[in-house]
Design a binder for this molecule. Structure first.
Ligand code: P53
Length: 474
């Protein structure tokens, strides 16, 4: 009963939000380095800005992150203390290929991750590696236009080959693209896209998506060739869309909105473009840039497992009167009157988590892996610097219980759970430090002040005993 014996408990981070060291170790400039906190952030994430020159009066939080580049040993020791079985992290592409289009990788970058992976293994922690997490070398964006250009497939292929060969035996779990559906919502962040005046943005997003999908299949192929033990997953920003009412039109809209996201996983997991997408693209005059061999590649190299992030369900309506969107969301949603929300307006829905898991398992019949879940909240340390984050424990307790129900009662095959931002890091959406997810508090604020000192929150000990009891003791 309950979770599997070898269930992979752990936590997740991404290079772009915690590593920092943006100009060290031979690393090249990346899209994440040029995105400031504040009002200019969203237009950049959405691909509306073409000038990426640094502005004196702007703060760019990813450049230092939480300085994990220099502190990973201390951080991994804390993960080890919590009993992590796995640690999800991402590679900064521009550490390995500073410009992206070189023929030889940067040894200093490769050595950095090699050491980090070895550090994980010291504590019995299996690294789970996202190859790209909202991360693209700036040179590939400026010279080639990011993922709109087919050449990115080759550059990504080179990256994958290098990673799979170098880290053979150290890493066996890989994710190709973080939240691949994010390309539709934040195209600069998701795929290094920005747009010219009058361009058909939707067409470009789907062209770039095709390139990522082909690259993902290619990565899967190479991973399996290099080491048959490798397991490769896709990664979806998940969360079901509820119809606001039982009006058939509302239901149909919820189905269509879910499909916008499933589209990517349908290709990565079932190996072909779904008919609903082909029909819609045809109606809209969107050409998918298929070249010879793509169809077979997609068909033959589908993913081994389905990973996803879940923070919230969403709600859709066809009624303009109720179509008031919640704030603080990259994903559009209207307020669900049955749910409470976080301080950032993300609606809290543990049963929605179980429903989402069931929907994914019904659809794909492959093992699932929850690689992000958690509560972004404001933490206030007491006079001793201690954060008593009962609200976070409460959120996680409910979500892990719902996940256990999906396993125990519904029979979902689940590989593991890595909570998002196991150590406080920079928010992807807002660039804030104030929106914290961690079990470990990091002394740093939105402006970049603070000692960067790490300290355990109340949730640290709570999660430790969750892992120790394999999810029995919540
Ligand atoms: P932040 C929006 C909706 C769902 C997932 O997000 C999202 C986002 C981006 O805002 O991204 C994932 O930091 C992503 C992480 C990110 C995390 O969710 O905006 O994979 O990089 O940090 C939480 O609160």
């Amino acid at each position: 009963m309950g979770f599997k014996k070898d269930f992979l408990w752990g936590g997740a981070t991404a290079a772009n939000q915690c590593e920092g060291g943006y100009n060290e170790g031979g690393r090249g400039l990346a899209n994440v380095d040029v995105v400031p906190i504040g009002k200019d952030r969203f237009p950049i994430l959405l691909g509306e800005v073409k000038n990426f020159d640094f502005k004196e009066d702007h703060f760019y939080p990813a450049q230092e992150g939480i300085d994990m580049y220099h502190r990973y040993k201390e951080d991994i020791a804390l993960f080890g203390e919590m009993g992590f079985k796995t640690y999800r992290l991402s590679i900064a592409w521009s550490r390995i290929f500073p410009k992206g289009d070189e023929s030889e990788p940067n040894e200093e970058g490769l050595a950095f991750y090699e050491d980090l992976f070895k550090e994980c293994h010291k504590y019995g922690i299996e690294p789970l590696v996202t190859i790209t997490h909202f991360d693209c070398p700036m040179h590939l964006i400026k010279e080639y236009g990011g993922w709109r250009n087919r050449k990115l497939v080759t550059f990504y292929e080179n990256l994958c080959r290098v990673l799979f060969n170098r880290y053979k035996g150290l890493v066996t779990h890989w994710l190709t693209f973080n939240e691949i559906n994010m390309i539709l919502h934040a195209p600069f962040m998701g795929a290094g896209l920005y747009f010219e005046e009058g361009e058909n943005q939707e067409a470009i997003k789907y062209q770039a998506a095709h390139h990522e999908l082909v690259a993902s299949a290619l990565a899967t192929k190479i991973a399996h060739e290099v080491d048959p033990n490798n397991k490769v997953g896709c990664m979806l920003a998940a969360g079901l869309n509820y119809p606001y009412t039982c009006k058939p039109e509302d239901y149909f809209k919820s189905l269509e909105t879910d499909r916008e996201n499933y589209f990517f996983i349908d290709v990565q997991s079932r190996g072909a473009y779904p008919t609903y997408a082909l029909k819609e693209m045809e109606r809209k005059g969107i050409e998918i840039p298929f070249i010879e061999g793509d169809t077979d590649l997609l068909k033959e190299h589908t993913v081994d497992f389905i990973s996803f992030s879940y923070y919230s369900s969403r709600t859709v309506s066809t009624d303009p009167e109720v179509n008031k969107q919640t704030e603080g969301n990259i994903f559009a949603s209207i307020e669900n009157p049955y749910l409470e929300a976080s301080e950032w307006g993300w609606q809290i829905d543990p049963l929605g988590f179980r429903s989402t898991m069931n929907a994914l398992y019904d659809r794909y019949q492959k093992p699932l892996f929850v690689v992000e879940n958690g509560l972004g909240a404001i933490d206030t340390p007491d006079e001793n610097g201690y954060v008593s984050d009962e609200y976070r424990i409460d959120y996680m307790r409910q979500h892990i219980a719902a996940m256990r129900d999906a396993v125990e009662l519904d029979g979902v095959d689940l590989m593991g759970y890595t909570s998002w931002g196991c150590i406080d890091l920079v928010s992807a959406g807002t660039g804030e430090m104030k929106k914290r997810y961690g079990f470990i508090y990091v002394d740093r604020d939105n402006e970049g002040n603070g000692t960067l000192k790490r300290s355990k929150k109340k949730s640290f000990d709570w999660y430790k005993q969750v892992i120790a009891t394999n999810g029995e003791n919540l």
